[in-house]
Design a binder for this molecule. Structure first.
Ligand SMILES: Cc1ncc(COP(=O)(O)O)c(C=O)c1O
Length: 386
């Protein structure tokens, strides 16, 4: 089979879990299997089950987190004093869903520059973009890198801002010994097809305030108050009240069944495989002429979801051509959002992000690859650069 850039690693166990939901239970929507999956995530992260709200995508998780932050600002009266929409500081180098979630949640993204060595938010640049309308700062664990996330929380605390951690890439990662999702304010994971674990499509928000959890839990079920408890008990809300805007974002039993099996495979199978391949990349490419791996903190524990590397000195095209010739797939994570028409079309310039965009190339990484596959990718690149 030809090499893939990324792929789902699913099989008989996931199929059997889905079969049980379909054939044995016959209850496909959000119910007991979803409740159990939320409990398993909570246990894995070391938080309480009420803190986990599963949803049907990482984008939905981000959208609901943004909505919770906006609601918080409205309730505290901050919004009334603002001229224009509330704003959220966010690194431009991220999947477009981060930006779309911000606008969907009634806020305005303030695109910030990133650090060239890591691709993560540059707090110095973010500080320059502060204004009275800024209510939150978004951290993106770019390429599974929590890079100095404590500094982001410190930055926010000093300025009275909320923090949303877009941890779509970072399930299983740790910052200085603490699992991402075990601390913070609002942490959003994605369980889409190619993430560190998958539900097919899915995600969750980890909340650290009960009020956020309640709001997000209702908002995933069209704003129907208390509907989560009803569904988990196999009941329906026939006389509901709705006080807020909600969405149809809940995670079905089918998707939760897949996620539940994946979670069991994470520590034993997926994490060792991803980290082993990452080591092969590092061993072969680190310190090599013309190439830089993104910097990580040795005290953090990275479970790499993607493998972007920097090709220096304008050699990216030559490397891409060689990969094409060798039938090795590659990608670009990401076209910076401030260059997209809907988000300003390059009205502002973010020098580090743009420089990085010209250098980044994402190499194949998923647990279905062998060490030899990765060595072949590295050799192909080295042959060009040396
Ligand atoms: C950085 C980042 N944020 C958010 C998302 C959105 O997650 P999903 O695809 O589950 O909606 C992704 C997904 O690829 C992502 O990479």
């Amino acid at each position: 089979m030809s090499m893939r850039l990324s792929r789902s690693i699913v099989g008989e166990a996931e199929a059997e879990a889905v079969r049980r939901v379909i054939v044995d239970d016959g209850y496909l929507g959000m119910g007991e299997t979803t409740r159990r999956f939320e409990g398993e995530i909570a246990l894995y992260l070391g938080v309480e089950p009420w803190q986990i709200t599963s949803v049907n995508s990482g984008t939905a998780a981000l959208h609901l987190a943004v909505q919770a932050v906006r609601t918080d600002a409205a309730r505290s009266g901050v919004l009334d004093k603002m001229d224009g929409p509330p704003r959220i500081l966010v690194p431009s180098l991220t999947f477009v869903s981060t930006f779309q979630a911000i606008t969907a949640g009634g806020c305005q993204p303030v695109a910030c520059d990133v650090l060239t060595e890591t691709g993560t938010l540059d707090l110095e640049d973010a500080a320059k973009r502060l204004s009275p309308n800024v209510v939150a700062v978004m951290h993106v664990d770019y390429a599974s890198n929590p890079w100095k996330i404590d500094k982001v929380y410190e930055f926010a605390r000093e300025r009275g801002l909320r923090v949303i951690d877009d941890a779509a890439h970072a399930f299983g990662c740790r910052s200085r010994g603490r699992k991402i999702g075990s601390f913070g304010d609002l942490v959003c994971f994605s369980f889409d097809g190619i993430k560190n674990i998958t539900c097919g499509e899915g995600g969750c928000v980890v909340s650290f305030r009960e009020e956020d959890s309640r709001l997000i839990g209702d908002a995933r079920l069209l704003g129907v108050e208390g509907d989560t408890a009803k569904r988990f008990a196999g009941e329906r809300s026939w006389d509901p009240d709705v006080k807020n805007q909600g969405w149809r974002y809940h995670l079905s039993n089918i998707m939760a069944a897949v996620g539940s099996v994946q979670l069991k495979r994470l520590e034993k199978e997926f994490i060792p495989a991803r980290r082993r391949l990452w080591e092969v990349y590092k061993r072969n490419l680190d310190q090599d002429r013309g190439i830089r791996l993104l910097r990580t903190d040795p005290e953090d524990y990275i479970v790499p979801h993607i493998m972007p590397v920097r090709i220096l000195d304008g050699w990216r095209k030559k490397v891409a051509d060689a990969l094409d010739k060798a039938a090795i797939p590659y990608g670009t994570h990401y076209k910076p959002n401030h260059l997209l028409t809907y988000f300003g079309g390059g009205e502002i310039s973010l020098p580090n992000t743009e420089k990085l965009y010209g250098e980044l190339i994402t190499l194949p990484l998923h647990p279905g690859l062998t060490d030899e596959d990765v060595e072949f990718v590295c050799e192909t690149i080295k042959n060009v650069l040396n």
